[in-house]
Design a protein. Structure first.
Length: 186
């Protein structure tokens, strides 16, 4: 997993005592970021499957999704400031909640304001179920192939989140050019 270790070194301290292990092999992410990226991957899977990128962000939904970020922020800072030391599986769960919320917040930025779809809470529940299964596979992998597969899914979540952040930060001039050209990028 050396290429994954290099990719994840950009965002993770990769401390062995804060990372999952299997048969002496250390996962290339700490528990918290593994949960975050697995939650991100699960959220994008559900968003794409349900066409959720077209769902506008209401104030109420934005607040609900922001609340999902709180465990990640509170526990992360509390551990950093040495108020407490959270066990690995709980760190993964705090990362998972933030990982589910981030894509749903980001994908809503450009959503048309007139489209109505399924209730967004269903999407959060589905993403939570998928992410929970991925974290369970990380915590109790049945084989090294499953352990490595979970790392690849986490890498896909990292890449998808990075791409979504870059998309959300694109310049306004690009948007005007696309609108002027009838939907084609310049």
């Amino acid at each position: 997993m050396t290429w994954l270790e290099r990719v994840f070194a950009l965002t993770c301290d990769q401390l062995p005592d804060r990372s999952p292990h299997l048969a002496g092999v250390v996962f290339p992410l700490c528990f918290r970021l593994a949960g975050l990226y697995l939650g991100v991957a699960a959220a994008y899977i559900v968003i794409i499957a349900s066409r959720g990128w077209r769902e506008p962000l209401s104030v109420r939904r934005g607040i609900a999704l922001a609340v999902l970020l709180l465990p990640f922020l509170i526990d992360g800072w509390a551990n950093t400031l040495h108020f407490w030391n959270t066990p690995g599986p709980l760190r993964a769960m705090t990362g998972l909640t933030a990982g589910i919320a981030l894509p749903m917040l980001l994908m809503s930025i450009d959503a048309p304001r007139t489209v109505r779809g399924e209730h967004p809470a269903h999407r959060v529940l589905w993403a939570g179920g998928v992410a929970f299964l991925l974290v369970a596979a990380l915590l109790r992998p049945s084989s090294m192939a499953v352990f490595d597969g979970v790392a690849v899914v986490a890498a896909a979540g990292f890449v998808a989140l990075l791409a979504n952040l870059l998309w959300a930060a694109r310049p306004a001039a690009w948007n005007r050019a696309v609108a002027h050209e009838g939907g084609r990028a310049p």
